[in-house]
Write a new protein. Sequence first.
Lengths: 363, 257
Amino acid sequence: MSVIKEQTRLRVPRARIEGVLDHLKVVRNPLFSAWLLPEQKDDASAWWESVESGQRGDYEELLQALAAPVLLATFTMLEGHTTALLRCLIPSTEPSTPVYLITEDEEHLSAVKLDHRDEAVDTLWELLRGNFPLWEMEWGATLPRESFYTLLAAADLHQRKELVGLLEHTVMGPEFLASEVQQMTERSFQYEDLRWLLPFFLTVNSRAPSQEEMSDCQGALKVLCETELLEGSEQGAYRWSPQGEFLAGQWAGRLSTAGLQILGVDHDGTPVSCQVGFLRGRKFLWYIDFSTDREQILLSTPSVSLCQELLDELLSPVGEPAGESKKADRGPVVAEVLFCPYCGGKLAVADARFCNSCGKALK
Amino acid sequence: MTTESGRNAFLQRYFRELADWRERDLRMSSQEQVEERELERFERQSRRLLRWRRVYEASLPTAIMARCPFSGELFEHSFDRFGLDGFWWNHDAPLRPYSEPLPTYFALTGAVSLAKPLERASFLCKPGPGVPYVLPILLENPDIQAVVRELPVGPHRAFAITYFARNHPTGLAPPNEWGTNRAYLTQGESIGWVSQVEDPASFDFQLKPWLETGKLHWIARDDASVNLCSNVESCPYLDLPGERRIQRIENGKVWTE
């Protein structure tokens, strides 16, 4: 999954970032609170003194970008069993501004400086495209939020049935019950196994519905029947329609799933966020827009050029923060959890709902 | 982009990108050999600017410019009411989504009384003179009548002057559409255009005689029911003080020569 070209990496100890910013008197803006930093150590100035003098300019530039970005994109991708978390930091609204691609571990924040935003778009695009040729088809649907997540649960059920069928050398029937989908949904909330679709998108999307909001499985399945993805039978069972079966089959054989959360600033200087998701099948790439409307989710298969345009648009900063704060304002709008507050374990994805180390609920 | 502040931020972003694009273009044109990466970045930036222009065009609001004195139908047209820095006002490359005009529509001209602050856009804007006027060459035709209506544009007062024709006159070309260097002509399925050099000497700022002869009508600025009025006494558009030459604006500067 490594597509970042080998360039000089700048490594900053996460526990000293606040201290170094204070030491250098760097002003933070409200987006700085997106960096959930561990408890800060007070020997930051000693670390700064240890930085080679020839590199201090680069580090200072990075620290200023960390403190006052205009856009911060968090890209979470699951490919096979590997989760990757990559952040793209845009320090200025100037079109030719350099940008940073950032990876984090428990101790350090590691940044690569790119000449231009286009290179960050290309990096994300390469990750999404993968090594398989990408086909194009015109397809799209707008689904109520609960129905979309129920569709993911039904697709997970479809995949699980296929796996069970393979293990047991049996042919699974085409029909399934609402109770089976409900069970998949409940399991997704209980066990955060990101290899399955519903848990993945529940985790990467902080606007995902709660378990209570997903209690009307029958109603959500009915909507999916109305959109002709499912067909209902008189006996209360459901089966996939031809287009639904195609969708579920493609999703079951997916190469990767990804979430992209953008924290930026609106035209009036207010911090705002938007979230999208991607599902890379063996042939097609599905785009999921969680931001169009909180109650409606857009699901489509945009063309390659449109996908690139979407990424380009998502990484284009609109405005600059209205006010700057000396210290981070950890407001709820931009806060993200990167480490479990109970066991300290690193979370697989930003803003996770559950800790994958100790299993405690984080929301 | 549906709010004024959203539109303004959108345009600011566009102009920042455009300035960078122009700089890159100049830099590249002075180089003997252009790096492939630089060229690709330039092309991507060009596509980005084009895309943003399309977004602007698609999100343009409309305004009711007039009511046809012959059919009574409302004449609605795209209109950037938030400021003169929108591409709707770009004289050489206006962005205006095409919509089927009324059968009696003949031409749209206008005037803008400028107020401060003046917008800074890196294109030429020619909003017309500062007070409403008519074109006698059109109104002298027995089949043509005009309607004037005030519309707010940012801090300015704009005046839409729409000409309607009972029967489309032959041999009479419409003037350039308000703020642009062309007028579109539709005939059946085909669309053509004509372009004229505007001559302020052909403008008549004395509206009263045209009102008296019933060739000119007016609509009050805030009249939600868009009533067509013809009386002279209460017409708010007579003898307005202001610039009578054609105004040109670019990068926040206005000139009239």
